[in-house]
Design a protein around this ligand. Structure first.
Ligand code: 5RP
Length: 231
């Protein structure tokens, strides 16, 4: 039987969750396996409270009978398990392939241990082959798109079923193809300084542990980001 590396990574990450924790529930096909596993553990008596990073994950958590909490009752999140579209050796990430980057970043920014789960295809030397998702307000999005293009990328307004993709927050996504992102922290600042941009999918300094599932059924864990060599 084929082994799904995303399942290996997602289920392994769920092992870090302990009784009494507040848990950020990521979005995507890898985070799905963590949510499903946490649901099984809750059924066996684990007591946690979840914060979903998207409406999709909220639905999954409700189906898995994971109790949910909102931001009123908390000042931090103990652990979040989330996926990524690209991961570089310095633990810089591209996220937002599923369009949930804003809520994912809010949750990550409150999280003490952010665990990123992925398969090996997400590991890259440099970010940028995956077009960077940027969430923008619909008003004047054409102007925001032109400003983004001035950063030397090719911009595409994300569509789904022949209409604009709308995020859980009522915004649009502009996918920015840079090819190669040499300085992710600087680019994050430049993008987020553009009026009309709500947030971009660069996640800098937010990852504490990486769990990479492999097709041979094993996984690799890493807690130490490596400085990226210029080349
Ligand atoms: C959603 C995300 C996802 O975490 C990312 O797209 C990875 O998804 P998958 O685990 O399905 O490959 O950022 O906004």
């Amino acid at each position: 039987m084929a082994i799904n590396p995303k399942q290996i990574a997602g289920e392994k990450a769920a092992e870090y969750v302990q009784d009494g924790m507040i848990v950020g529930l990521g979005t995507g096909s890898t985070a799905y396996f963590a949510i499903a596993q946490l649901g099984r553990r809750v059924a066996q008596g684990l007591r946690i409270q979840g914060i979903p990073t998207s409406e999709q994950s909220r639905t999954l958590a409700e189906q898995a009978k994971i109790p949910l909490i909102d931001f009123d009752g908390i000042d931090h999140i103990d652990i979040t398990v989330d996926g990524a579209d690209e991961i570089d050796p310095a633990f810089h990430l591209t996220k937002g392939g599923g369009g949930a980057l804003l809520r994912e970043k809010i949750v990550a920014s409150l999280t003490q241990t952010e665990i990123i789960v992925a398969d090996e295809t997400k590991l890259v030397k440099h970010l940028g082959a995956f077009p960077l998702p940027v969430e923008v307000v619909p008003f004047g999005f054409q102007a925001t798109m032109k400003k983004l293009a001035q950063l030397e990328c090719t911009t595409t307004l994300r569509h789904i079923n022949n209409t604009h993709f709308v995020t859980d927050n009522g915004n649009y996504i502009i996918d920015c193809a840079f090819g190669r992102i040499l300085h992710p922290p600087e680019l994050e600042k430049q993008i987020n300084a553009i009026c009309g941009v709500v947030e971009c999918g660069l996640f800098i300094g937010l990852t504490h542990r990486l769990i990479i599932g492999k097709t041979n059924g094993t996984f690799e864990e890493c807690t130490q980001a490596k400085p990226l060599e210029e080349s």
